[in-house]
Design a protein around this ligand. Structure first.
Ligand SMILES: *Cc1c(COP(=O)(O)O)cnc(C)c1O
Length: 421
């Protein structure tokens, strides 16, 4: 029996309506930018398996570093012990993170990085004897699937059923270049009517919303208001971190730096799960006290797993190389060229790009979870390219190591499929 058939007996997949979508493709191998299924078909991984494997799948440099680490120290509790991979990763991260960041806290996935960031912000004020209860977030943000992360995410199929159990959130629109004053007014009103803890945001590019891009200067206007009113700012860079936007972090481009930053996905280059919540020394200092209860009692068993830390260290080493930086630039300029061509297509309503991310909105009224999206996904797969449209938005987020030919294949496949619509 095939993997696809055996899968159906006991497995329950995420983000799936099994009644209408019973099949999951069996993948047996991944190397570089190529995925191989159980029938031997190959696909270019044009979205880096959810923005993770930016240095290609099974990267020899990273896997050899991880293998070395596996033979030395596999797992150790991080509440009472420390180890070289975690210490070194903190040193390397502080070198590349925005200058105001000084403390590294470990978690195990993007949602828990956000969860820890939310709890840090809440307890920061709790420890100072202030009762603050409300978070501000963008209308269509996505921050993960645990309760805190779900609360600050925009309402959708993800968090709809749990609406009655979510935290107190006030939502503001995303800047579009024309609504800065409206947002500022709304922000001031929210701040005056609520005890606001913090503002959480995906800087510059909102991933799950459909790779929506906003301007650094507009975001900065919001952050400056937050700073002025003593509201903590939490940048969710789970998707944007580690080179995606052209800089190490999206926040590099924004003048006002966040108090807290959440990182995951490309952090470990797609090898193993891990995440980090970093913060300023000022936030950390609010947890120092002779009273044990003022410490941060948040822990995940696998926090700072040495193997995951070694994957992160190897990937940061690669990210800093001239070769990878050049590739990022190459992908970015290729996207620019392709955008010019594809934006004139009759099936396209708008195109945007930033760093290695390119998004194409289709000229259609089809719903986000409609059949067009499924049809597109299947057509791309039939052509040997793995692209996973977000509703009616087709986007590319290729590994930094993608070859010229492979990138060209992705572009021509998109054009071909659009022509066939
Ligand atoms: C993917 C994502 C998350 C959630 O991360 P998980 O590892 O899937 O829990 C949070 N925020 C953003 C911006 C993401 O893209």
């Amino acid at each position: 029996m095939s993997l696809q058939e055996r899968d159906k007996k006991h497995l329950w997949h995420p983000l799936k309506q099994h009644q209408t979508h019973p099949d999951s493709l069996g993948i047996v191998k991944a190397k570089g930018c190529i995925l191989t299924d159980e029938d031997g078909n190959e696909y270019i991984d044009a979205i880096s398996s959810w923005y993770t494997c930016m240095f290609g799948h099974c990267n020899d440099f990273i896997t050899s570093r991880v293998y070395q680490q596996m033979q030395t120290l596999d797992q150790i509790m991080f509440s009472d012990f420390t180890h070289e991979p975690a210490v070194r990763l903190s040193e390397e991260l502080i070198k590349i993170l925005p200058k105001n960041q000084n403390r590294i806290f470990f978690n195990d996935n993007g949602s828990t990085a956000v969860e820890a960031g939310i709890k840090m912000a809440l307890q920061y004020y709790f420890n100072k004897g202030e009762k603050r209860t409300t978070f501000i977030a963008f209308e269509n943000g996505f921050h993960g699937d645990t309760f805190g992360a779900m609360s600050v995410s925009g309402l959708s199929v993800y968090n709809g059923p749990f609406e009655d159990f979510l935290m107190d959130i006030q939502r503001i629109p995303v800047p579009n270049g024309e609504n800065n004053e409206i947002i500022a007014e709304q922000l001031h009103q929210i701040i005056s009517e609520n005890n606001v803890v913090g503002f959480i945001y995906e800087p510059l590019i909102q991933g799950a919303a459909g790779m929506k891009i906003h301007k650094a200067a507009d975001l900065n206007t919001i952050l400056a208001i937050c700073k002025k009113n003593n509201i903590l700012t939490i940048a969710d860079e789970v998707m944007t971190g580690f080179g995606k936007t052209g800089n190490y972090f999206a926040s590099d481009e924004v003048a006002t730096k966040p108090d807290i930053i959440c990182l995951s996905k490309a952090l470990t280059a797609g090898l193993v799960p891990m995440s980090i919540t970093s913060c300023t020394e000022e936030i950390y200092a609010a947890f120092l006290d002779n009273d044990i209860a003022k410490g941060f009692f948040h822990c995940h068993t696998y926090a700072a797993n040495p193997i995951a830390c070694s994957a992160a260290l190897a990937s940061i080493e690669l990210l800093k190389t001239q070769e990878i930086q050049d590739n990022i630039e190459y992908i970015s300029s290729s996207h620019k060229e392709f955008s010019k061509k594809i934006e004139k297509h009759s099936k396209v309503s708008s195109v945007r790009y930033k760093g290695v991310i390119l998004a194409i909105d289709l000229n259609t009224n089809a719903g986000r979870y409609g059949t067009l999206r499924d049809q597109l996904l299947q057509s791309f797969m039939n052509e040997g390219v793995f692209l996973r449209p977000l509703g009616n938005t087709i986007y590319i987020q290729p590994p930094y190591v993608i070859t010229e030919d492979q990138l060209e294949r992705i572009y021509t496949t998109i054009t071909k499929i659009l022509n066939s619509l």
